[in-house]
Design a protein around this ligand. Structure first.
Ligand code: ADP
Ligand code: MG
Length: 287
């Protein structure tokens, strides 16, 4: 009698853990979108490109003043976010084309953490249109509201934090604020807002954003590390080459920007190799 509640909660926890495991396809590098969402991505892109825009609203958040857009086609309605920051006076900080490049690179790597994004004009101005991921909390809300991550989701929560850091290193994302990390109700991690990535000038071409020698550190100077990574993700990064990246991102990245991705890839792999040499492959890479 006495041992029952503990046992029941253990059983419940392992059932939840099993459901979590079942929800995430093991065949991808990190995969936080569900298998069905991943399978229907081309369909989703087509919808974003061709559905009728029935409503446009200000979001009221974000420095690039993105808009929330309601789309309708064939009786189906979806929400999306449209943004169009562009090169101004040589200022290349935020650009809408980087949102599309990030999504395409996410697909190439099998990361599957970035919402489907296409080019779409609004009122005659070109921009990036991304699928709105509903019913999410961002990391600011999780932290400020002291939301407790359930124990069965904690491991994946931390692992995806490390994956996001490695991803941001690869693409030199300068803007991974806590607002730009979303969590679904079952604690899958979705990464948004890549309009300030792909810098290739100055330090961004030579150093990683995070990691041991990262450009960004915590206030007390501690590095933001990627402590362990999915083996498939690391292998997918290893396989990247100029042609594959160019084919994936099309005209949404310039040659120098693609070369900078590959240069940062080399730095990232060197850091991962050093971690493996130091701690052993079993502690750094997982399947
Ligand atoms: N795909 C998305 N799904 C859900 N919410 C989103 C999505 N994209 C943007 N948002 C919401 O809009 C806000 C601003 O968008 P974001 O792309 O971060 O613009 P900015 O570059 O101006 O920060 C985000 O903080 C988030 O609340
Ligand atoms: Mg943002």
């Amino acid at each position: 009698m006495n041992g029952r509640p503990a046992r029941r909660s253990r059983v419940l926890r392992s059932v939840v853990a099993a459901l979590f495991a079942a929800a995430w396809p093991a065949s991808f590098a990190a995969a936080q979108f569900l298998p069905d969402e991943i399978a229907r991505r081309a369909e989703c892109e087509e919808f974003l490109r061709t559905a009728e825009i029935v409503e446009v609203r200000a979001i009221g958040e974000g420095i690039t003043r993105p808009k929330k857009v309601i789309l309708r086609k064939g009786g189906i309605e979806k929400t999306a976010v449209w943004k169009n920051p562009e090169e101004r006076d040589g200022d290349t900080l935020d650009q809408w084309r980087f949102e599309i490049a990030a999504y395409r690179l996410d697909k190439l790597l099998g990361l599957n953490m970035v919402p489907p994004t296409v080019e779409r004009s609004l009122d005659g101005r070109p921009g990036a249109l991304s699928l709105w991921v509903g019913r999410t909390l961002n990391l600011v809300q999780v932290v400020e509201q002291n939301i407790v991550i359930p124990p069965e989701a904690e491991g994946a929560f931390n692992d995806m934090k490390y994956v996001a850091r490695a991803w941001d290193c690869l693409i030199a994302n300068d803007d991974r604020t806590q607002q730009n990390v979303l969590y679904t109700s079952d604690w899958r991690t979705i990464l948004i807002d890549h309009s300030r990535a792909f810098g290739c000038r100055g330090e961004y071409g030579r150093r990683l954003v995070f990691g041991l020698n990262g450009i960004k550190t915590a206030e007390d100077g501690r590095p933001f590390l990627f402590r362990r990574l999915p083996r498939r993700f690391v292998r997918a990064i290893e396989r990247l080459d100029l042609d594959a990246v160019r084919e994936a991102v099309g005209r949404y990245l310039k040659n120098d920007e693609i070369k900078a991705v590959l240069k940062r890839r080399d730095i990232l792999l060197r850091e991962i190799q050093a971690m493996i040499a130091d701690q052993g492959e079993d502690r750094i890479l997982y399947d």
